[in-house]
Design a binder for this molecule. Structure first.
Ligand SMILES: Cc1cc2nc3c(=O)[nH]c(=O)nc-3n(C[C@H](O)[C@H](O)[C@H](O)COP(=O)(O)OP(=O)(O)OC[C@H]3O[C@@H](n4cnc5c(N)ncnc54)[C@H](O)[C@@H]3O)c2cc1C
Length: 441
C-alpha cells in the first residue's frame, strides 16, 4: 500500500540514536511531519536497552585508547546528556545517575602508559581527573586493595564525570518529549523496512505492506545502516566485524565504575567493573568479546551479515585487520571465557581479580541475557578499524552506524544530522535554543 503522506524526515531505527534525532528535529526545527519507524514493538529494545550495554556516559577520561581528537569530541558530545536531563526536568528520575568512576592501572607497564597518556593530553583536557593515593582508594573503593598482593603496583585516577545511564529509558524520554511538542509525529512500530530508493519528491521506504514517502531519511539501525547504504551502491569500502559483548556478574563489590588501562590503538575497551543502574545489588564485569553469526542480539543472520560485510571477503579482511591491530591475543583470550566452567576460571584469573583481587570462583557467574552486539566498522581499502561511529551521507539520506560510545554521543549525532538536513532541505534548525537548553553555561 502506498502512503499519500510525504514526510519531511523519516527516521528508521528506534534506539537511542534514532530517538535523539526525533527529539532534536521536533523540538529545535520548524519541520512539520516526521516519522520514526521501528521493526520491534517497542523503542530501544536492542543495543540501547539497559541490559545490553555498560550504561557508561563516555567522556573519554578513562578511555586510554582514544586519541586526543576522539577524547575531545567524546567529551563535548557526552555533556549534552546531563544538559538534556536538566532541561527536561529529569533530575532524580533515576534514568541518569552520578556515580564514582576510577581508572585503574595494574603493573609497571600500564602505570607508565597511563602517566604518559595523562601528561600528553588527558590531564590538560580533563581538569577534574586526578591521580589519587592508596589511602583514598582504600576509603572510596576498598575492594580494589583488599587481598591484593603487596608486590603488585597499581595507580588509580579519579574522574569527575562518573555517570551511569539507562539508555533505553533515555530513548523513551526523547520520544515522549517529541510527541509533547504537538508536531505531526508518527510512530510506526512493528514495521520492518526491507528496501528503500529514490522516488517521487525524495525517497520511498518499503516495508512488507506499505511504502512510506519522505523528503529525507536517516537510518539509525545499527549494522543495518551499512546494509541500506550498500543497497544504493555506496560505502563499498566499508565492512563490519560484528563483535558480541557479554558480561559476568557478582554481588555488589564495587561502589562505582572502575575502568582499566587499554594500551595503544586497541579498538576494544578493557574489561571493567560497573554498578547496574537498575540493580544495585550486583557488580557487572565486561564486556567479554565473542564473534556471533548475527548482527543483532539473539538473532541468527548470516546472510545479512555476509551482505553487509562483503561475504567470503570478510575472512581475509578479518585476518589482515586482526594482524594489523595485533588482536589475536585479546580475541582468543576473550573467546576462551565462553568455554563452559573453565571459561569462568580463566576470566576470574585474567580479568576479574585484576579489578577485585579477593573475588573467588563461586563469587561470579555469567550474566545471562545481558550484553549486545557491536558492529565494528572496517575500511577494507585502508584496513583500518574504527573506534566508534560511522556516518555515511548521500543526498538527503544519512546512514548512522553507532557502536560504543554511540549512546553517549546520541544527541551530538542528532545535532550533526539536524545541521546537515537543515542545509539540504532548507528548514530552520534553532541552534541557539539547542545550545541554551543542552549546553547550559
Ligand atoms: C556490550 C556493549 C556495551 C556497550 N556499552 C556502552 C556504554 O557503556 N556507553 C555507550 O555510550 N555505549 C555503549 N555501547 C554502545 C551502545 O549500546 C550503542 O552505541 C547504542 O545503543 C546505539 O544506538 P542505536 O540507536 O544506533 O542502536 P540500537 O539501540 O541497536 O537501535 C537500532 C534500532 O534499529 C532497529 N532496526 C534495525 N533494522 C531495522 C529495519 N530494517 N527496520 C526498522 N527498524 C530497524 C532495531 O530494531 C533497533 O531498535 C555498548 C554496546 C555493547 C554491545
Amino acid at each position: 500500500m502506498g502512503d499519500k503522506k510525504l514526510y519531511d524526515v523519516v527516521i528508521v531505527g528506534g534506539g537511542v540514536v534514532g530517538a535523539a534525532l526525533l527529539y532534536t528535529l521536533s523540538n529545535y526545527t520548524d519541520l512539520k511531519r516526521i516519522a520514526l519507524v521501528e521493526k520491534q514493538g517497542s523503542i530501544a529494545s536492542l543495543n540501547s536497552d539497559w541490559t545490553s550495554n555498560s550504561q557508561t556516559l563516555h567522556f573519554g577520561d578513562v578511555e586510554t585508547n582514544y586519541t586526543e581528537e576522539k577524547a575531545l569530541n567524546t567529551n563535548e558530545a557526552a555533556k549534552l546528556i546531563p544538559g538534556y536531563e536538566k532541561s527536561a526536568g529529569l533530575s532524580g528520575s533515576g534514568m541518569i545517575k552520578r556515580c564514582q568512576k576510577l581508572l585503574l592501572a595494574v603493573g609497571d607497564e600500564e602505570i607508565e602508559y597511563a602517566e604518559r597518556w595523562y601528561r600528553s593530553f588527558a590531564g590538560r583536557l580533563y581538569k577534574g581527573l586526578k591521580k589519587i593515593g592508596i589511602a583514598e582508594v582504600k576509603r572510596i573503593e576498598p575492594n580494589l586493595i583488599k587481598g591484593r598482593d603487596s608486590s603488585e603496583r597499581i595507580a588509580v585516577y579519579k574522574s569527575e564525570t562518573g555517570y551511569m545511564v539507562d539508555y533505553g529509558r533515555l530513548a523513551k524520554s526523547f520520544v515522549k518529549n517529541s510527541k509533547s511538542t504537538g508536531k505531526e509525529i508518527d510512530m510506526l512500530l512493528n514495521t520492518k523496512i526491507c528496501a528503500f530508493g529514490e522516488g517521487g519528491d525524495g525517497y520511498v521506504i518499503k516495508s512488507a505492506d506499505r511504502a512510506i514517502r519522505c523528503r529525507s531519511v536517516v537510518f539509525a539501525t545499527g549494522a543495518y545502516g551499512l546494509y541500506f547504504a550498500k543497497s544504493i551502491g555506496i560505502a563499498g569500502d566499508l565492512s563490519i566485524i560484528a563483535t558480541g559483548g557479554g558480561f559476568f556478574k557478582s554481588k555488589k563489590v564495587l561502589n562505582g565504575k572502575v575502568y582499566r588501562v587499554q594500551m595503544g590503538k586497541m579498538p576494544f575497551v578493557a574489561v571493567h567493573g560497573d554498578p547496574d543502574i537498575n540493580d544495585p545489588s550486583v557488580t557487572r564485569f565486561g564486556p567479554i568479546i565473542y564473534l556471533p553469526l548475527g548482527i543483532e542480539k539473539g538473532e541468527f543472520q548470516p546472510l545479512d551479515y555476509a551482505k553487509i560485510s562483503g561475504g567470503i571477503g570478510l575472512i581475509p579482511t578479518s585476518i589482515k585487520v586482526l594482524d594489523k591491530y595485533n588482536l589475536y591475543g585479546i580475541i582468543s583470550r576473550h573467546l576462551s571465557y565462553s568455554i563452559p566452567l573453565l571459561g569462568k576460571k580463566l576470566f576470574l584469573d585474567n580479568e576479574a581479580v585484576k579489578l577485585v583481587p579477593s573475588l573467588k570462583y563461586s563469587d561470579i557467574s555469567h550474566a545471562e541475557g545481558y550484553g549486545g552486539i557491536s558492529p565494528r566498522i572496517v575500511n577494507r581499502r585502508s584496513m583500518t578499524l574504527n573506534i566508534g561511529e560511522e556516518k555515511i551521507r548521500k543526498g538527503n539520506a544519512i546512514f548512522n552506524i553507532s557502536p560504543s560510545p554511540g549512546a553517549s554521543n546520541s544527541l551530538a549525532i542528532a545535532e550533526s544530522d539536524a545541521i546537515y538536513l537543515s542545509k539540504r532541505l532548507g528548514f530552520k534548525f534553532n541552534r541557539d535554543k539547542f545550545n541554551r537548553n543542552l549546553r547550559p553555561k
